[in-house]
Design a protein around this ligand. Structure first.
Ligand code: P6P
Length: 323
């Protein structure tokens, strides 16, 4: 018996948000629709002359790949059509996109990275979409307060990895569920029911090429992992695409880390649309996520594009940092 993502959203909502009358599951369906549009383009990247830069740079100053632009437009379009969306925050947009909706209608804020790791598309490496959903605080009109909420306030988070298959993983705070897109029927079908991250893994995942610039506590930590102090030696796996590296960590355990480096003194990854959603999912699956000092989900954001160091993965490995 197959369970589609849509059926799962509805079931989750009936048990968790009965007051939402279908609005919440309708919102999630906008995201799955956009990701189906994105995956169709990603699968044909080499054929549709979408390779290479769109000629612009985004707010991060990074060369915008044409698929980045397409992915961002797909999410802005599909989500913008939902009356329940009050505001959208995207890695590709310097400012939030605000919709003039009454507080009792526009109840949600969606934050997303439309196509993370897109520089890998030209070499056919997995890329992904990451999203996070917050409630609009009651009668809150201050834009800053609406979109700058700590990760602990998320009502849902998820990612889609466009890899050897297209898999969507999400949580609404009651466990983690994975769905594989079945191209034959165009639906996401439940494939990972109540996903749990192993308490310890065999892999650590970090860009070793930057290790000489990591702060000492990170270098000491990696030396301890390599020397087997956690009971066994480790192999390293690093795709260079956050969603792919995290999805492996979800299934196999271990730890992913992006430390502060000489180029990125506060770490490279973004709090709002990379660290927070993946931290929520990791914790819901029995894992952990810190910035080296604090639980990621406790960080009070100061701006929508702020970066953070990230240590993310199995409880055993994350707890061992700093010991
Ligand atoms: P580095 C991709 O550009 C990305 O934002 C993440 O997907 C990935 O984890 C990270 O950067 C890789 O960065 O500096 O190791 O190439």
């Amino acid at each position: 018996m197959i369970v589609t993502a849509q059926q799962h959203f509805t079931r989750q909502q009936q048990t968790q948000f009965p007051e939402a009358q279908g609005v919440f599951s309708w919102l999630l369906s906008a995201i799955t629709l956009a990701t189906k549009m994105i995956q169709a383009k990603v699968r044909q990247a080499g054929l549709l002359d979408v390779l290479g830069s769109a000629g612009d740079t985004n707010v991060q100053g990074e060369a915008q790949q044409k698929l980045d632009v397409y992915a961002n437009q797909a999410l802005l379009h599909c989500l913008g059509l939902r009356d329940s969306v009050a505001m959208l925050v995207s890695e590709e947009n310097e400012e939030p996109v605000v919709f003039d909706r009454a507080p009792e209608t526009g109840k949600y804020v969606v934050v997303f990275d439309p196509l993370d790791g897109s520089s890998n598309i030209d070499v056919n490496v997995s890329v992904g979409t990451i999203f996070s959903i917050y409630r609009r605080p009651d009668s809150q009109h201050d834009l800053q307060r609406v979109c700058l909420q700590a990760g602990s306030k998320q009502v849902a988070a998820g990612y889609v990895v466009y890899g050897s298959s297209t898999i969507m993983v999400y949580t609404t705070g009651s466990g983690v569920y994975g769905f594989t897109l079945d191209p034959a029927i165009g639906a996401y079908v439940l494939s990972h029911d109540n996903l749990r991250m192993p308490k310890q893994g065999m892999y650590y995942s970090v860009n070793e090429g930057q290790a000489h610039t990591f702060p000492d506590e990170y270098r000491r930590y990696l030396d301890r992992l390599r020397s087997g102090v956690l009971g066994h030696s480790y192999s390293t796996r690093y795709v260079g695409s956050l969603v792919a590296d995290f999805h492996r960590t979800m299934l196999k355990g271990g730890v992913f880390l992006y430390p502060p480096t000489r180029q990125y003194q506060k770490g490279k990854l973004r709090l709002m649309y990379e660290a927070n959603p993946l931290a929520f999912i990791a914790e819901q699956a029995g894992g952990m996520a810190t910035d080296g000092y604090r639980r990621i989900l406790d960080i009070e954001p100061e701006n929508i594009h702020q970066r953070t160091p990230l240590i993310l993965g199995s409880q055993m490995e994350v707890e061992a940092f700093g010991k």
